[in-house]
Ligand binder design. Structure first.
Ligand SMILES: C[S@@+](CC[C@H](N)C(=O)[O-])C[C@H]1O[C@@H](n2cnc3c(N)ncnc32)[C@H](O)[C@@H]1O
Length: 248
């Protein structure tokens, strides 16, 4: 994963929910698995992206591939989002069930929806002010998901993406990938009781996902403007932000 390598895979992890209900199987252990795989650092990334999302101007936010609702909970807890509304969506009913329990305290401000980020026909064009997707783009068909994000956003609407990225110093990035390839199967095997899918997709997605620079270009090619990104944890993840132009 570096900016000079060709990026042919639109779906970095080659994951298709229609063929493998891995998130359904691991829903009750998902948060624990995040702690195990990231050594707890995902909490920091999720806090950062939640703050970034909260700081953007929106009244209605659609969070795609929301998972167990960790990030949505952090967003709603921000004082700045008081009175604003969040649609938390995912393709896995079991992940959504965990999110529903977690977000029970914010029932009047959250709507939970079963939506495929690659095609959301029930969401009208230009219906939300902001769209976020965290750690979900690498397991979706990126082109379709970004097209849908663009379609459902109002003109001027914000896109916020948290995703795996690249450590800029290539030797360190290779070392990180080697560590992941070595440790993840062992940790994953132990934590999932032998369900290899959970870490197979994660590893493949991290390896094949575009660099932060390339993802910014891709987002721009989908029509977004003012695309910016910030790296976190040396570049292990990045947060990208873009805006749908007015007049669209
Ligand atoms: C790695 S988890 C990320 C969850 C959450 N955003 C987080 O940061 O913890 C990926 C989520 O994407 C969901 N997912 C996978 N493919 C999807 C799709 N095509 N549309 C919507 N959600 C999808 C899975 O069910 C899972 O909950």
């Amino acid at each position: 994963m570096n900016s000079s390598a060709p990026k042919s895979l639109d779906n970095a992890a080659e994951f298709a929910w229609q063929h493998d209900d891995v998130f359904g199987r691991i829903a009750s252990r998902y948060d624990l698995l995040c702690d195990v795989f990231s050594l707890g650092i995902h909490r920091l990334w999720k806090r950062r992206v939640a703050r970034r999302i909260a700081d953007e101007p929106w009244t209605t936010l659609l969070d795609g591939a929301t998972g167990t609702g960790h990030i949505v909970l952090s967003i709603l807890a921000h004082e700045a989002t008081r009175g604003r509304r969040v649609i938390a969506s995912d393709i896995s009913p079991k992940m959504l069930a965990v999110a529903q329990r977690r977000l029970a305290g914010y029932r009047e401000r959250v709507e939970l929806c079963l939506l495929d980020a690659e095609g959301m026909p029930s969401m009208p064009d230009g219906s939300v002010d902001a769209y976020s997707i965290s750690l979900g783009l690498k397991i979706c068909h990126r082109r379709r998901a970004l097209d849908e994000a663009f379609r459902v956003l109002k003109p001027g609407g914000r896109l916020i993406v948290l995703e795996a990225s690249n450590i800029r110093w290539a030797p360190l990035h290779r070392l990180y990938l080697a560590y992941m390839a070595l440790c993840m199967p062992v940790l994953g095997w132990l934590a999932t009781g032998g369900d290899a899918s959970a870490y197979k997709y994660l590893l493949q997605g991290v390896r094949e996902f575009p660099s932060a620079e390339d993802l910014a270009l891709e987002i721009g090619r989908h029509g977004f403007v003012d695309v910016q990104f910030e790296r976190h944890s040396l570049g292990i993840v990045a947060i990208h932000v873009g805006r749908k132009p007015t007049g669209h």
